[in-house]
Design a protein around this ligand. Structure first.
Ligand SMILES: C[S@@+](CC[C@H](N)C(=O)[O-])C[C@H]1O[C@@H](n2cnc3c(N)ncnc32)[C@H](O)[C@@H]1O
Length: 265
């Protein structure tokens, strides 16, 4: 089944999460990885955040796992176009067993991935993240979750509409609110160091003179401009715009939240 994510892959769209580029700026600012550290991104989409980290932090090794073969292919193309090795980009195994040894990473992060998983996948994902992180290692998430006060019935209704319109749900109803994610993290052997709404955050990803980042930007623009030459993509974009407008007229029901968790020793 085609989803909105296939459209974003075909148009090389980066920063598909709360606050977009600024959200990634905030993540990098909080993560501030030290040289020699190993990082893992879950669900890297078209690969922009992995590329940002690789280009902005010398000596950092960034690995990534992505479920969609189409996203993986586009991210590999982005890396090749930007002159960066794509060797650390891999497809997520169907078993969700990460192909890395235990205690391998200093930090794991994801941007708008975990909240759209099924309950079974969400639980398995936390277990695997806990396994591959070293004790005391950090897990950062930028996830869009339900605002406190949105009823279960309303969540179910919106998820159903989103599945019909976009092919994916909006957010999990099992762990709906930010406070639930705190419990979820604790159940999985983490302590929650920070849980903050992205709405109050003023962050940016500063300009950096780097030809690889410049080429990656060109790659994103090339994907976007492909809509000018493809009738089917152009039609799809028009349809999505109309659907977004329908959803935007309703009360805001989601909130981007930044979670910073630490694996207990
Ligand atoms: C909303 S997009 C966000 C992409 C990227 N993180 C970004 O912010 O631009 C969600 C991504 O998660 C990926 N994804 C969904 N389920 C996954 C899973 N079980 N394992 C790895 N990636 C997954 C999707 O294929 C998609 O690329």
């Amino acid at each position: 089944m085609q989803t909105i994510l296939d459209f974003y892959a075909r148009t090389h769209t980066p920063y598909l999460h709360a606050l977009g580029r600024a959200g990634t700026g905030y993540l990098l600012q909080q993560m501030a990885p030290k040289p020699g550290s190993r990082l893992l991104e879950i669900g890297f989409g078209t690969g922009q955040t992995m590329l940002e980290l690789t280009c902005r932090y010398n000596g950092v090794e960034v690995f990534g796992l992505e479920k969609s073969a189409e996203m993986l292919r586009v991210a590999q193309k982005r890396f090749a176009f930007s002159g960066v090795s794509a060797d650390r980009l891999q497809e997520m195994p169907a078993s969700l067993h990460f192909p890395f040894p235990s205690n391998f990473f200093e930090a794991v992060y994801c941007e708008s991935v975990l909240a759209i998983l099924t309950d079974a996948d969400l639980a398995k994902m936390w277990q695997e993240i806990g396994r591959v992180l070293r004790p005391g290692g950090y897990f950062f998430l930028n996830e869009s979750v339900w605002r406190e006060g949105v009823s279960m019935a309303r969540m179910a209704e919106i998820n159903q509409q989103c599945i019909e319109a976009f092919g994916i749900p909006q957010a999990t109803v099992t762990w709906p609110y930010p406070s639930d994610w705190k419990h979820l993290a604790e159940e999985q052997g983490f302590e929650m160091l920070r849980c903050i709404s992205m709405e109050g955050i003023r962050a940016r990803l500063p300009f950096q003179m780097d030809s690889r980042l410049f080429r990656s930007h060109i790659f994103s623009l090339a994907g976007k401009s492909s809509m000018l030459f493809s009738v089917s993509l152009w039609k799809k974009q028009k349809l999505l715009r109309r659907l977004f407008q329908q959803f935007a007229t309703k009360e805001p029901y989601l909130e981007g939240v930044f979670f910073w968790c630490r694996k207990k020793d």
